[in-house]
Design a protein around this ligand. Structure first.
Ligand SMILES: *Cc1c(COP(=O)(O)O)cnc(C)c1O
Length: 369
């Protein structure tokens, strides 16, 4: 459903030109390795089809999603793209993969023999080997057994060796070097397979992490791939919401559910039409769970969210703003040039990943390029 701007509470703008710039920056950093794009979870909340189309036009040819249904969505948009599905293969899914020309990332010997038996080398797949995150993937012994069985590898149509970093966003973490070295060892076991190790943070760890193909996600959408350091990426997501009402609150009176914030002076409170149903996590309530208070920007000035975030509304303290800047219908900036998804993440004690993938569905959505 597309929501008309004059009837939606808030407007979410996705800057596809900035997204493409982010992809080009990473592609340049990892060259001559190929730069793919991870567009799972509806393109991290930004719209998988719109994102994939924009990146395809910029030259991206390989896309990663988590689920077969997400793969079909991208396939319907991009008939010639290479599409990998990261979550592995469950029983009964092979026909769907074949029908939509999707490549599974095979994460266990069970996945692999099922795929090999059904396809007998006619369809391609990646094999995912664990190098330390202990999530999906073959273990070392299973990898060695596979490497010794050339006929099985042929029947499985293997065309990519994959692994995934646990701590790529922290370049001081020694786990990265250990995963790098284990992956180098795997490459010797599978000398004929192209290889892929790096997510977005991994692309900033140095050339030896790039291998043949990288799989950036969060950084394409403007999230900071480098925890605790300045964000090198362009902002992609902006969000504005209208002031619904402005009211005076006398000292001693509370605002919002549970009255978690009380006016200490005569205060002016503006109510904005956006809430946790739109992805403004309740953890951004006053007092915020993370490094709050969470803030919004009105007329270029930052003002705090006070009281609890409710489903459809937040309350902000505009006492210090010139009254002529805040009235019914005034647009407040929640994400934009002054506030990024990493600010929300910090205020609410989470990550840009969770902020992006929590963005709501009832926004008026605008794509700019
Ligand atoms: C989600 C995911 C990615 C992308 O990760 P980012 O940190 O968003 O760049 C890459 N590879 C795998 C296996 C993933 O699950």
């Amino acid at each position: 459903m597309s929501v008309p701007p004059d009837l939606a509470g808030a407007t979410l703008t996705i800057n596809l030109a900035a997204l493409v710039e982010n992809w080009r920056m990473i592609a340049g950093n990892v060259s001559p390795a190929e730069c793919g794009a991870t567009v799972k979870a509806d393109g991290y909340g930004c719209g998988a089809c719109e994102v994939a189309s924009a990146l395809w036009d910029a030259g991206c040819r390989t896309f990663f999603v988590a689920l077969p249904m997400e793969g079909k969505q991208v396939r319907d948009t991009l008939p010639d793209a290479i599409i990998y599905v990261l979550d592995g293969l469950l029983a009964g899914q092979v026909d769907f993969y074949i029908a939509h020309d999707l490549r599974p990332s095979l994460v266990s010997p069970e996945d692999l023999s099922e795929w090999a038996d059904a396809t007998d080398g006619r369809h391609k797949a990646a094999v995912h080997i664990d190098t330390g995150i202990n999530r999906l993937g073959f273990d070392q012994a299973q990898a060695e057994a596979l490497a010794g069985d050339a006929e099985l590898m042929r029947r499985a149509g293997l065309c990519l060796l994959m692994s995934h970093l646990a701590s790529g966003d922290d370049d001081t973490n020694e786990a990265n070097a250990s995963q790098r070295d284990r992956f180098a060892g795997l490459r010797e076991l599978f000398p004929d397979l192209p290889a892929s190790l790096a997510n977005a943070p991994g692309t900033f760890l140095g050339k030896e992490f790039a291998h043949d193909l990288v799989r950036p996600g969060v950084a394409l959408y403007g999230g900071n791939p480098l925890t605790g350091k300045p964000n090198p990426m362009h902002r992609v997501v902006s969000l504005t919401a209208p002031v619904l009402q402005v009211r005076d609150v006398s000292p001693g009176y509370g605002v919002g559910y549970g009255a978690t914030w009380k006016a200490e002076r005569r205060s002016r409170i503006a109510i904005l039409g956006v809430g946790y149903a739109d992805g403004l996590l309740r953890a951004m309530s006053w007092p915020a769970l993370g490094s709050g208070p969470a803030q919004v920007s009105i007329a270029g000035q930052m003002v705090p969210i006070v009281g609890r975030v409710s489903m459809d509304m937040i309350t902000i303290d505009v006492t210090d703003l010139d009254p002529k800047h805040v009235a019914r219908g005034t647009k407040a900036e929640l994400l934009g040039s002054n506030i990024g998804v990493d600010d929300w993440a910090g205020w609410s004690g989470t990550l840009a990943y969770e902020i992006l993938t929590s963005l709501g569905r009832r926004y008026a959505k605008v794509y700019s390029s």
